[in-house]
Write a protein that binds this ligand. Structure first.
Ligand code: SAM
Length: 381
């Protein structure tokens, strides 16, 4: 990776920042204009732009993508909160690379308490509006008047953003654009409405009603691919099962039900996805042996699996991209027991069969319809 892609420079800090996991030939920076925008707002306030700003207190940073915000603001001892385990890993690794000591408590997963009185709240607008709304709804726990700044890349601005933000914050000031980004500023009002999350999703085939926390895949109804995939989950699996990219956990739950006593490991990069799966298992299959793994796919797990079930993500950030699916296929190929199977569902046009054949000798179709195909991959190369 060239230096221009990793050398972050702002009047607040010069840092070397990488995305996580580090990838050979990475072409994306670990920060963007929305980060620079929020840091500019912080600096303007520090230079005296805001007479109402509290004299002291650490900022609360929401949805920092790779640590650019929290690390550039390191001197102000920020607390960072977000849902993405890769964002946390990038923050942690970039802190170490830049010799900046950070504490575990400086990162809060979505349901952890926030500091009671942050000096201001800096919010990168996340891809999932539901996650943003859940966070805005929580601002009511902060002292009224606390300044709140949001920033987003113009090309990623959700259509209903301003209306949704005003619903929680009341009047806000839309600021001028720079760095191909925009921002707004507001204050925590006297009363903030609750966000309508988690939602629940019915699975009539099983008699389950699943909890789906904010921003988790298939927020309002079961994914049609997942419904088809459920039907293909085998019985009589002779060893541990993984639900890779588990979302609300529905696929792993079906696997647990069809294979009593066989341990199922639910894996996701989203804390709220894993929390949804954890709550759903506790409610509907409390006796079934289960583990929950937050992280980048199977990375960090020692278990080998007789069956890995995967309905892969087809986005990386905002872009349609099969690189995460490819990485998960490669991980799965190294994590199967002898005779083990990776079972994958995907849109036909994605041609996962071609990608799977790079890692597996045998790839067969075990289900599908006009739109989707379910593939079983055996014999890792
Ligand atoms: C298409 S959804 C499938 C969710 C669920 N299995 C279903 O069928 O409804 C893909 C899931 O993969 C997760 N994911 C994305 N990148 C991941 C990664 N690197 N490691 C683990 N999970 C990941 C997403 O958070 C999302 O929950």
């Amino acid at each position: 990776m060239t230096d221009a892609l990793t050398e972050f420079s702002h009047p607040l800090a010069r840092l070397v920042l990488h995305r996580y996991p580090k990838r050979r030939g990475e072409r994306l920076r670990a920060w963007d204009g929305a980060d620079l925008y929020l840091l500019d707002l912080w600096l303007e306030q520090a230079l005296g732009g805001d007479p109402h700003a509290p004299a002291s207190g650490a900022p609360l940073v929401l949805n920092d993508s790779c640590g650019a915000l929290a690390l550039a603001l390191h001197a102000a001892a920020p607390v960072s909160s977000g849902d993405d385990a890769l964002a946390r890993a990038a923050w942690w690794a970039n802190a170490a690379d830049n010799g900046l000591p950070v504490q575990e408590e400086a990162w809060r997963w979505p349901q952890a308490p926030w500091p009671q009185a942050p000096s201001r709240v800096l919010v990168r607008v996340p891809k999932e509006m539901a996650l943003l709304e859940q966070q805005l709804g929580r601002l009511g726990a902060l002292p009224p008047g606390t300044p709140v700044h949001l920033a987003w890349m113009d090309k990623h601005m959700p259509g209903n953003l301003l209306a949704r933000v005003r619903h929680y914050l009341g009047e806000v000031e839309l600021l001028r654009g720079r760095y191909k980004a925009h921002g707004l500023t507001g204050r925590v009002p006297g009363s903030v409405p609750d966000a309508p999350y988690p939602t629940s999703v019915k699975v009539p085939e099983q008699g389950w009603e699943l909890v789906v926390h904010a921003g988790v895949f298939a927020q309002q109804q079961l994914d049609i691919g997942a419904r088809l995939f459920m039907d293909t989950v085998p019985q009589g699996v002779p060893g541990p099962i993984a639900d890779l990219g588990c979302g609300n956990g529905v696929i792993g739950m079906v696997a647990a039900q069809r294979n009593p006593g066989v341990p199922v490991t639910f894996c996701d990069v989203s804390w709220l996805a894993l929390q949804s799966a954890r709550e759903n298992m506790a409610r509907w299959l409390p006796q079934a042996p289960a583990q929950f793994h937050l992280g980048n796919g199977l990375e960090g797990l020692d278990t080998r699996f007789a069956l890995i079930l995967l309905n892969p993500p087809f986005h990386r950030g905002h872009a349609v991209d099969d690189s995460v699916a490819r990485m998960l296929f490669a991980q799965a190929a190294k994590r199967l027991l002898p005779g083990g199977v990776l079972q994958v569902i995907g849109n036909r046009h994605l041609r996962y069969d071609v990608l799977l054949k790079r890692h597996f000798t045998t790839v067969t179709q075990v289900g599908g319809d006009r739109k989707f195909v379910v593939l079983a991959a055996n014999d890792p190369r």
